[in-house]
Design a binder for this molecule. Structure first.
Ligand code: SPD
Length: 281
């Protein structure tokens, strides 16, 4: 029996002395794209893991809590979510959840790194098969550039990004949020990956300073993902008209199939934040 143990170490936050380690059975693939190093490893505790530049993007065991919450919260708050844009999301998990809504007519996906999609097609067909749906249109472009020629176009925009380092940096800027505002229809909703309340409070506070100036309604909600830094990750909810709870459609939530995390009570509870977060927003 081999005495050699392989461990994956999460790189995001390591410089601050925080380090999650996961035991690994095999490295299944490692490719270098023009944007990042993409790796898939197999682990006994979490199944297959997708890591870009050493940062966990998803694991088979806990991806549902992230993808269900980034997709169903805005789609159950908008009364007619028909035209949807996903920026990032090259693994297909967010699109898989969006397609559970029968009102959706078209999903544009703008993922800058084509190789993320290819790797996920090989290792995560349960997520990436969603790109084969006829409603889905995949583009490999820079997200900010993509928005510049698409104004007043989408009911819901979902920014399923990596962290604000590497290729994801521009997706956390004021000018990007300004572009999102103009690419939404006049009653549109945008939701973006927005880091951890525990570890990135100052960063989130900085983003909300400009979000509040751009959108008439903005707030933060969260989900639990054991393999993300601090075990939780949040989302900014930015809306031109609809309120995430007052306009929530529980009848739409009740229709959704194959859910592991999201449900009607959780839709509302996800917006209830701990006391320390009052200083952030
Ligand atoms: N710290 C990692 C945060 C990554 C969030 N997005 C991952 C993409 C999953 N579709």
């Amino acid at each position: 029996m081999s005495q050699i143990e392989l461990w994956f170490g999460e790189q995001y936050g390591k410089e601050n002395g925080r380090y999650l380690q996961i035991k690994v059975d095999n490295v299944l693939e490692k490719v270098k794209s023009p944007f990042q190093e993409i790796a898939v490893v197999d682990s006994p505790a979490f199944g297959k893991i997708l890591a870009n530049d050493g940062i966990i993007m998803l694991t088979e065991a806990d991806e549902a809590g992230y993808h269900e919450m980034i997709a169903h919260v805005p789609l159950c708050a908008h009364p007619r979510p028909e035209e949807i844009l996903v920026i990032g999301g090259g693994d297909g998990g967010t699109v898989r959840e969006i397609l559970k809504h029968s009102q959706v007519k078209r999903v544009d996906v703008c993922e800058i790194d084509e190789q993320v999609v290819e790797v996920c097609r090989r290792h995560f067909p349960n997520l990436a098969n969603s790109f084969d749906n006829v409603k889905v249109h995949l583009y490999h472009e820079d997200g900010a550039q993509f928005l510049t020629i698409r104004k007043n176009r989408y009911d819901v925009i979902i920014v399923d990004s990596s962290d604000p380092i590497g290729p994801g940096t521009t997706l956390f800027t004021e000018s990007f949020y300004q572009s999102i505002f103009y690419s939404l229809k006049e009653d549109g909703i945008a939701v973006s990956q927005m880091e951890s309340l525990f570890w990135h409070g100052k960063f989130i506070q900085g983003i909300f300073q400009f979000i509040k100036k751009i959108f008439p309604l903005s707030t933060y909600y969260y989900t639990m993902v054991p393999t993300y830094p601090s075990g939780m990750i949040g989302f900014s909810f930015c809306s031109r008209k609809y309120h995430p709870i007052k306009d929530f459609r529980p009848e739409e939530a009740a229709k959704l199939a194959d859910l592991k995390y999201y449900h009607t009570d959780l839709h509302k509870a996800a917006f209830v934040l701990p006391a320390f977060a009052r200083d952030i927003f």
